[in-house]
Design a protein around this ligand. Structure first.
Ligand code: C5P
Length: 307
């Protein structure tokens, strides 16, 4: 039986500008995405009915990932089959390394990977344009998970175009054991009466093209940060710890609760991660049992095995 495995990256938002709520409830965005080197691998195999399994690496908690038809990977598979008028099904096996409900778009990565994997398994040769459009119906971040790299996102985030990025950036990724709902953070954003006038972050584009981490650190920005911190004041401690660990900047990833620290290079990232690992919590265990170092930008969803 043929199997195809596709790898898809986590995303971070270097700039997340959020406008007021639209009539459909979504918020207009002006965002700069970057794909980073933390991945989910998705393997598909033809089956009599749709099924999904999730295996995690390390300490990750994936107990909140649904294993029924509501899983975004199955929704992706059904959408692709429907687009081609096919009645075919598959088993989707997700090997998860992207923290769940962390603001890193792990579900979107799984959806993008499933689209690419089934397109290959069934030899559908779907056009890029159609794949991006189907991806956009599944979730705001799914088109970006297809293209990867660094990209400017508009609309509700689903309209993506590549951005010139000369950097080889290194991020320290600090997940939180308790997830945060994206919808809840946007609702809090509305409740606080936030809703910025959207603008393209030109200075950030210059910093990316210039490959200078000190300049990039100055331009990182996330409009959702006050809303997320309002819901989860405990996250302020993590920001303080990151700053104390010597990173260039601390940035909340998407709607949180994952924090990102921008490092100078790979050695600096390992150094910051090591210091965070030494931070002790109230019960004298480490506050940050999982701290990852990840480069960016990396490729979007791509085939790694066809067997
Ligand atoms: O598009 P996605 O399903 O990932 O969005 C999850 C939730 O995040 C939406 O239901 C909505 O509440 C919120 N959201 C938003 N505006 C966006 C993107 C997401 O309000 N541009």
């Amino acid at each position: 039986m043929t199997t195809v495995t596709v790898r898809a990256p986590a995303k971070i938002n270097l700039h997340l500008g959020v406008g007021p709520a639209r009539e459909d409830g979504y918020h207009a965005l002006a965002t700069v995405y970057q794909a980073i080197g933390v991945y989910d691998d998705v393997t598909v195999v033809e089956a009599d009915d749709w099924a999904v399994t999730v295996n995690v690496t390390g300490d990750l908690d994936a107990s909140d990932v649904p294993l029924d038809d509501s899983n975004i990977a199955i929704r992706a598979g059904r959408a692709l089959a429907a687009h081609h008028g096919l009645d075919r099904r598959a088993r989707v096996e997700i090997a998860k390394s992207i923290p769940v409900a962390g603001g890193l778009a792990g579900g979107s990565a799984d959806a993008a990977a499933t689209l690419v994997a089934l397109d290959r398994l069934w030899d559908l040769r779907t056009s890029d344009e159609d794949l991006l459009r189907i991806a956009g119906t599944l979730g705001s971040d799914v088109p970006f998970a297809l293209i990867g790299g660094t990209a400017y996102g508009t609309g509700r985030g689903e309209l993506v175009e590549p951005v010139a990025d000369a950097g080889e950036w290194w991020w320290v990724v600090v997940p939180n054991t308790v997830g945060l709902s994206t919808a809840a953070v946007y609702a809090q954003y509305d409740a606080l009466g936030l809703g910025e006038h959207l603008r393209a972050p030109e200075a950030l584009f210059d910093a990316l093209a210039g490959a200078d981490p000190v300049r990039l650190a100055e331009e990182l920005h996330n409009d959702l940060e006050p809303a997320a911190l309002d819901l989860r004041p405990d996250l302020c401690q993590t920001r303080a710890d990151i700053e104390a660990a010597g990173a260039h900047a601390a940035l909340l990833s998407g709607s949180g609760p994952t924090w990102l620290a921008l490092a100078r290079d790979a050695d600096h990232a390992r150094d910051v991660a090591g210091r965070l690992g030494e931070q002790m919590g109230e019960q004298l265990g480490t506050r940050y049992p999982v701290v990852l170092c990840a480069p960016g930008p990396v490729a979007g969803a791509h085939v790694v095995t066809y067997a």
